[in-house]
Design a protein around this ligand. Structure first.
Ligand code: SF4
Length: 356
């Protein structure tokens, strides 16, 4: 079960241990913290598999405890690309494992952990033999509407149940695991950050930046930032700053961290704040350098998520567009928009799903 830390019983097991994030500094959790860092670093390398010594960790405690610790580290770092890589990597690993498990076990996980309504069937249609069926509402909650193979219209349905083969159920579980990990990281609330967690995060960031893994950060991959990709919230803040309006502390933080993350230089960010009524170059430069990870903790800060932007009154409802409905983070908006070709001057037509 150490390869399926997402299953319900595992959460109960961890609860039983009575451990919390505050214990991260303890000797007991040190090996688990090391494994958590290794899991994250593995996920950053494109196409990398767990090294043997990690894949074969037989200590259940160690493997299980490293999972929430990795999630806490990524929540603290707050980099959407690292988050996505980790979620995909861990989900694929779980999927690989499930494909080798007996069907009974895969079904039990789908029912017990995700509450899916699964039925056992036996039907051969054409060259395919279906042994499972999932209620269409559960199917729709997790399948891949853009992929022809998974579109509901291309599936065989019987009395409200979609027929599946075992490997397809494993794939759906994999996708659910991916989404759950993303949710956990993006919505984690870290009230107090223990020193060991901060140090571990710093270590990850240094390793990512210094060992050829920088492709993880689109900002570093792009030679220059592209204002056409700014989400409405940031475009408005840029407009306000340029007009010399007095921005709140949170607005300044959001604006500066966003621009630094998409590749703007410290000088350019400082210049943008020049028209603020209370502008003082030395102080602004010091603060921007701090946010850029050039001072103090050396952590490059991420801008707030959409949820936090909303809570701070910085998400302009009236300016939001279709892409806003697909993202949870202003940086993700930017990355998606850039990926669609705006940087190169040819925006692709949006998919139907994007504007629904
Ligand atoms: S939904 Fe997110 S990206 Fe869009 S304007 Fe609001 S905060 Fe910005």
């Amino acid at each position: 079960m150490s390869n399926t830390p997402f299953v319900k019983e595992m959460h109960a097991y961890l609860k039983l241990k009575g451990l919390s994030l505050a214990d991260i500094d303890s000797d007991y959790l040190k090996p688990a913290l090391e494994l958590a860092k290794a899991r994250i670093l593995c996920s950053c390398k494109r196409g990398s598999r767990y090294p043997d010594n990690l894949d074969n960790v037989t200590d259940l405690d160690l493997s299980l405890l490293s999972y929430p610790l990795a999630i806490a580290i990524l929540a603290y770092i707050g980099n959407p690309i690292l988050t996505r890589r980790f979620a995909v990597y861990e989900a694929r690993r779980a999927g690989r494992f499930l494909r080798w498990e007996p069907e009974e076990k895969v079904v039990s996980i789908a029912r017990g952990t995700f509450g899916w309504d699964i039925r056992r069937v036996r039907l051969t249609i054409g060259k395919r033999t279906y042994t499972l069926a999932i209620h269409f509402t559960d199917y729709l909650s997790v399948s891949f509407p853009r992929e022809p193979h998974w579109k509901l219209v291309n599936r065989i349905m019987l009395e409200g149940y979609v027929l599946l083969q075992k490997h397809e159920l494993a794939r759906l579980i994999e996708e659910r695991v991916r989404r759950n990990i993303m949710d956990k990281i993006e919505n984690a609330k870290l009230d107090a950050v223990p020193k060991a967690l901060e140090e571990a995060s710093l270590e990850i960031l240094r390793a990512v930046r210094s060992s050829g893994l920088t492709e993880t950060f689109p900002s570093e991959r792009m030679s220059s930032y592209s204002p056409q990709g700014y989400p409405p919230c940031i475009a408005k803040l840029v407009e306000d700053a340029t007009a010399g309006k007095n921005l709140s502390h949170t607005a300044r933080f959001a604006l500066a961290t966003f621009l630094l993350n998409v590749g703007m230089s410290v000088d350019e960010v400082v210049d943008l704040f020049r028209r603020m009524p209370d502008f003082r170059e030395e102080i602004t430069r010091y603060q921007v350098e701090h946010l850029a990870g050039l001072r103090g903790s050396k952590i490059k800060y991420s801008p707030p998520s959409c949820e936090n932007m909303r809570s701070a009154g910085l998400c302009p409802e009236e300016l939001k567009d279709a892409l806003c409905n697909r993202v949870r983070h202003p940086l993700m908006y930017y990355y998606l928009k850039i990926k669609r070709g705006i940087t190169y001057g040819k925006e692709k037509k949006p998919h139907k799903e994007d504007i629904s």
